[in-house]
Design a protein around this ligand. Structure first.
Ligand code: MF3
Ligand code: CO
Ligand code: CO
Length: 274
């Protein structure tokens, strides 16, 4: 590290935007719209349908609610959502693949409402899934929520990754290193990077008004990934199952606001209602 980097290490990073109450209101509205789309997908996702039909559904939902799907035409991405099936880690492209019993699917929705980005993803089991897949989904959701619980002003971004990594590895799972959470707000991907591994006390200090995502990708096998020839789809090198959950959050004076909580209480499978 340079002297400048040493001086900065662990100190507040002035390049990270600090947002006010209007931003928190905007993020809550966008986040809640995204969460409602994810709630509605629970009854859309079933054996026999294509991932393209889910893309169509979210596109229509966005249009009906005055929102724009952020992925559409983002850096050459041509769809409204990401659909990542089984050993796909993230950025799966919706298409004619038909969902079948036993699959696990991540749907990642980002809606822009009044200029603010709500970014969230959940896992969807297709019918009855193997026990190992159920366990991976549960471990990944718990990993996300342990990361969220580490968000506190005066804490460090490394606390988030440390909480996620220590839990996931204790559960004999691995943390993907090649993708991270990100600052967001009126831009989709901003400073800071939120690594899903690390050590407590490392990295930038968290301050009230920071907005970012936490979105751990957890594998049953090894952490290594490769990108397919479409330039987007990331898959596990060992073809082991991968899962991901994502929330958009804001640092408050006392802790954390989660913008993308499920209005219907459908945070994680098995999505039993009533
Ligand atoms: N929603 C993803 C994230 O969590 C990003 C998708 S970018 C796309 O950051 F272009 F692949 F859609
Ligand atoms: Co994200
Ligand atoms: Co996302």
């Amino acid at each position: 590290m340079s002297n400048l980097e040493l001086a900065r290490a662990g100190r507040p990073d002035s390049r990270i935007k600090i947002h006010g109450p209007e931003a928190f209101d905007g993020m809550r509205h966008a986040g809640q719209l995204t969460a409602r789309a994810l709630d509605l997908l629970v009854s859309e996702v079933k054996p026999g349908i294509t991932t393209q039909s889910l893309d169509d559904f979210v596109f229509e939902f966005a249009m009906d609610h005055g929102a724009v799907p952020a992925p559409l035409n983002y850096r050459g991405f041509t769809k409204s959502i990401c659909t990542s099936l089984n050993h796909v880690v993230c950025h799966g492209i919706p298409g004619e693949r038909i969902l079948k019993e036993g699959d696990i699917l991540n749907v990642d929705v980002t809606l822009i409402l009044d200029g603010w980005h709500g970014d969230s993803s959940r896992m969807y089991p297709i019918g009855k899934i193997p026990r190992a897949a159920e366990r991976l989904n549960a471990v990944t959701y718990e990993a996300l929520m342990r990361g969220v619980a580490a968000v506190v002003p005066g804490g460090h971004i490394g606390d988030i990754g440390a909480a996620i990594q220590s839990y996931a590895e204790d559960e004999r799972c691995s943390v993907v290193r090649d993708f991270c959470g990100h600052g967001l707000g009126q831009v989709f991907h901003d400073r800071p990077n939120i690594l899903h591994y690390g050590r407590p006390g490392e990295g930038t200090e968290m301050r009230p008004g920071m907005l970012f995502t936490i979105e751990p990708m957890i594998n049953l096998g090894k952490p290594q990934v490769k990108i397919k020839s479409d330039g987007w789809t990331a898959v596990t090198r060992d073809r082991s199952l991968s899962a991901q959950f994502e929330h958009s959050v804001g640092v408050t004076e006392t802790g954390v606001d989660i913008f993308t909580t499920s209005p219907a209480g459908l945070h994680q499978p098995p999505y039993e209602t009533g």
